[in-house]
Unconditional design. Structure first.
Length: 230
């Protein structure tokens, strides 16, 4: 919240040669439906870890995991192999899941999450507050971070209800000693509100817009020489 950059989130974008830009909310559901998300997700993890391992500054990198990746394939083996291949320190990798991961075979998903945590990686609950049973999940698994959904942050100044929900989430998380990151922070007023409520971290247009990592080389500690010769 004080302006120090602590990490990046990997975002997947698709520039198709024919229709042009295809939004992720269009191609991700299709990839989940036909199973390609397992292969795509593994590629994203590998590329994100490989990139982060090259940074002089040991910043974190966050990668979203699909529920399909938990249900199909060997996620634990895949992540372990990627960490070995890229040389990324496990504590620098943060995987983000939604409650969709835990719906269905809850026990199996919970065991897998515990094995992933045993690798040393961090696990965050994404889109917190939008599901129907997020509170029970906090009781079942020691998440390293909670991410407040951007829908609540965007309405902070417009609706008192959103402000109270954010306060309640922060109060709950603080009681459970779980750090909170607010998504979609775009205005100084939103940042000031979150700072007053002791929110630990934020992400959004106010601090950095989605872009190629080459635009953020200064932040990751890459010298001018890499810009010239990479």
């Amino acid at each position: 919240m004080d302006g120090e950059v602590i990490g990046f989130e990997a975002l997947l974008r698709w520039n198709h040669p024919t229709p042009g830009f295809v939004p992720p909310d269009q191609f991700i559901p299709l990839a989940e439906e036909n199973g390609l998300i397992v292969e795509i997700g593994e590629w994203v993890l590998r590329e994100a870890c490989r990139e982060a391992a090259s940074w002089p500054r040991p910043l974190q990198v966050a990668v979203n995991l699909s529920p399909v990746q938990f249900q199909a394939g060997d996620l634990e083996r895949s992540i372990h192999q990627i960490l070995l291949e890229t040389g990324l320190t496990p504590t620098r990798l943060e995987v983000e899941i939604t409650e969709g991961v835990l719906i269905g075979d809850f026990t199996r998903a919970l065991n897998l999450l515990r094995r992933l945590k045993a690798l040393g990686i961090r696990i965050a609950m994404d889109d917190f507050g939008t599901g129907y049973s997020s509170l029970s999940y906090l009781q079942s698994f020691p998440f390293d971070k909670i991410k407040i959904d951007r829908s609540f942050i965007s309405n902070l100044e417009a609706t008192p209800q959103s402000a109270e929900i954010v306060r309640a989430v922060l109060s709950l998380a603080h009681a459970l000693k779980i750090p909170v990151i607010a998504e979609g922070v775009e205005t100084e007023a939103q940042r000031a509100f979150l700072a007053r409520e002791a929110c630990e971290e934020m992400q959004g247009y106010l601090v950095g817009r989605p872009d190629l990592i080459e635009r953020y080389l200064d932040l990751v500690g890459v010298a001018v020489e890499r810009r010239l010769y990479a």
